[in-house]
Design a protein around this ligand. Structure first.
Ligand code: E4P
Length: 222
């Protein structure tokens, strides 16, 4: 079981790493845009150094095979633990599996992203992706059952001995982290605020308050 942080926020990464539950980081162009990142290479290099030996995924956004491969090879120079996210298909519906096979043959680890179906996960696995990113919230947006797709994908990857790790992204509620792991996800990538919420519990707080008070501690002294 692995947990990744879905973020470009270096402070959040630094805050979570010492707790020993974060195994890697995923980014995407939307997260970079929302964070106002102008120089993606700089932040990706910093993340790679900070998170090593854990993987850091960074996404290519070209239109052609050549463009995406060049971008990927450029990002790869930023760290051995950089994994290249390649959207499983292009906006016009053509598959990007050729980009994945070109990269994997050159020893570049691939994270096939924007997978919304079982077919896309299996195709990405056949193309040699290290991770297949199945987007939980977006499957649900379309009326699908993310739990069922995750369970089927996990079963089929195992059944055919495919080494691709099933990575669940687009997690929007804390409970979905546990649901995805229970359904068979190898990795769940989570925004930092949601990870905090996943671990918190109001009754645990009250319980610890009681323990501390019984231990003679005054509240709010530290
Ligand atoms: C992670 O790898 C994905 O890019 C991300 O979780 C997508 O989340 P969204 O569907 O909320 O944009």
């Amino acid at each position: 079981m692995k947990i990744f942080l879905d973020t470009t926020d270096m402070e959040a990464v630094a805050q979570w790493l010492p707790h020993g539950i974060v195994d890697g980081v995923t980014t995407n162009p939307t997260l970079l845009r929302k964070a106002g990142v102008r120089n993606a290479r700089e932040i990706v290099r910093e993340l790679a150094q900070r998170v090593a030996p854990g993987d850091v995924s960074v996404q290519v956004a070209g239109e052609t095979h050549e463009e995406m491969v060049q971008q990927a090879l450029g990002y790869r120079t930023l760290g051995e633990n950089i994994v290249i996210k390649v959207p499983v298909i292009r906006p016009d519906g053509r598959p990007n599996l050729d980009v994945m096979t070109t990269l994997t043959r050159q020893g570049v680890a691939v994270n096939a992203t924007a997978c919304l179906s079982l077919a896309q996960v299996l195709a990405a696995a056949k193309a040699g992706a290290r991770y297949a990113s199945l987007l939980w919230g977006r499957v649900a947006d379309e009326g699908g059952s993310p739990e069922a797709v995750v369970a089927d994908a996990a079963r089929l990857l195992r059944q055919y001995g495919l080494p691709t790790q099933l990575l669940i992204g687009s997690v929007r509620a804390a409970g979905d982290i546990t649901k995805a792991l229970s359904a068979g996800a190898d990795v769940v990538t989570v925004p930092p605020a949601l990870l905090e919420r996943w671990l918190d519990h109001h009754y645990s707080r009250m319980t610890v308050q009681q323990f501390n008070s019984d231990a003679g501690m005054k509240m709010g002294t530290k």
